[in-house]
Design a binder for this molecule. Structure first.
Ligand code: SAM
Ligand code: SF4
Ligand code: SF4
Length: 354
């Protein structure tokens, strides 16, 4: 084996043909990448277009204290949501405009009855370099395998604590058994690596971060601790402000109990977490997402497509460019692509750094 590859420049047999063809393919791939990067739209701060989050639905089967109130919610009528075929068209144009990584989210994306169809349609489009989903995991026991078969690659699963009673108080209506069964089903279906999202909320789960981090130290979990952001107004916004815990405090608590953490290099420019391994531990990783104490908006390469088809260049911005009206008026892929690229090049927001 070693000699075949090591002497390929001199060989005259079929191995040589394969090797030079392989080299040509690699060279062509590199040229394609360079050309693509040269023409990628950049916004007014030079940030490259990269990562698109697609909100599929505003409903949720839970009511996490910092996200949704128990009462007084109203939801968008289903005719106003983008249909599966419309999502496919927008994604095709978004990929042509330069987006490469896609994440499905909500609300709770697994409540969308056509979720497997949506994943299948998106996965079949050329140019998707990553297709992931964020979910509370409750329905994964049933959905993990069909989602994997349709082309979903990875999951982030929301789990705030390993204590069953505190879980119900924080992620209201969730049961630990259901979320844990979802994690197992996802791993068995090959939707890996799984990242666990824990939103740290004072007096609810701020002490439970240690047990979640222990799963990373003693096993191979990847757990990310997220700082609360004030979203949604009313009760959730009040909770996010009054129960805020800075990442530095969460990290210090984990290190005091479980030992020193050492930094791991960022996976890429759109990894919003600062990641660490335990100096004395297994392969697991703990990450800290700190949009309030250490905002990363200056490097933000993400945008969001809302459920009713608005393209928003910050996950927290109001408004956005309406793509649904032109889509329903029959605008084609190329016109949509130009529209999306223009939204990105005009981008000038930096949310937490403004
Ligand atoms: N329902 C899914 C879930 O819970 O993972 C997907 C949507 S949820 C909005 C996505 C992520 O946002 C969750 O992992 C949750 O931890 C996080 N999140 C929700 N409300 C938040 C808030 N006020 N501040 C920070 N993170 C929040
Ligand atoms: Fe639902 Fe996710 Fe919000 Fe919790 S964080 S209420 S699971 S959308
Ligand atoms: Fe980007 Fe900051 Fe907005 Fe998040 S809050 S989407 S990092 S600009």
């Amino acid at each position: 084996m070693g000699s075949a590859s090591g002497s390929s420049h001199r060989a005259t047999g079929p191995q040589a043909g394969r090797s030079s063809a392989g080299g040509l393919v690699r060279l062509r791939g590199r040229v394609d990448t360079l050309c693509r990067e040269a023409f990628l739209p950049r916004d007014s701060f030079g940030r490259e277009i990269d990562y698109l989050r697609l909100s599929l639905i505003d409903h949720c089967n839970l009511r996490c204290v910092y996200c949704m109130p128990l009462r007084g919610l109203s939801f968008i009528p289903s005719r106003e949501l983008l249909a599966a075929g419309e999502i496919e068209t927008v994604v095709r144009s978004a990929l042509a405009a330069g987006f490469r990584k896609l994440r499905l989210t909500g609300g709770e994306p697994t409540l969308r009855p056509d979720l497997v169809e949506i994943v299948g349609r998106i996965a079949a489009i050329d140019g998707v370099s990553d297709l992931a989903m964020t979910t509370n995991g409750i329905l994964l026991s049933r959905l993990a395998r069909p989602l994997r078969a349709a082309g979903l690659r990875r999951l982030n699963i929301h789990l705030d604590t390993l204590d069953p009673e505190r879980l119900q108080k924080l992620m209201r209506f969730a049961s630990l058994a259901e979320v844990e069964a979802g994690i197992v089903a996802a791993a068995e279906a090959g939707l890996v690596p799984i990242k666990i999202n824990c939103t740290v909320t004072r007096d609810f789960n701020d002490a439970d971060v240690v047990e979640l981090a222990r799963r990373a130290r003693d096993g191979d979990w990847h757990v990310r601790f997220i700082e609360l952001m004030p979203v949604g107004g009313g009760e959730p916004e009040h909770a996010a402000l009054s129960q805020f815990v800075p990442s530095a405090e969460t990290k210090a608590r984990i290190e005091a109990e479980l030992g020193e953490l050492e930094p791991v290099p960022a996976a890429g420019p759109c990894d919003e977490a600062r990641n660490y391994r335990f100096r004395r531990g297994g392969d697991g990783i703990v990450g800290f997402i700190s949009p309030v104490s250490a905002p990363f908006c200056g490097d933000c390469t993400r945008a969001r497509l809302t459920i009713e088809g608005k393209l928003v260049t910050c996950l927290f911005a109001a408004g956005g460019a309406d793509l649904r009206a032109p889509l329903r008026a029959g605008e084609g892929d190329e016109a949509l692509r130009a529209r999306i690229a223009e939204v990105w090049t005009r981008r000038s927001d930096r949310y937490s750094e403004e």
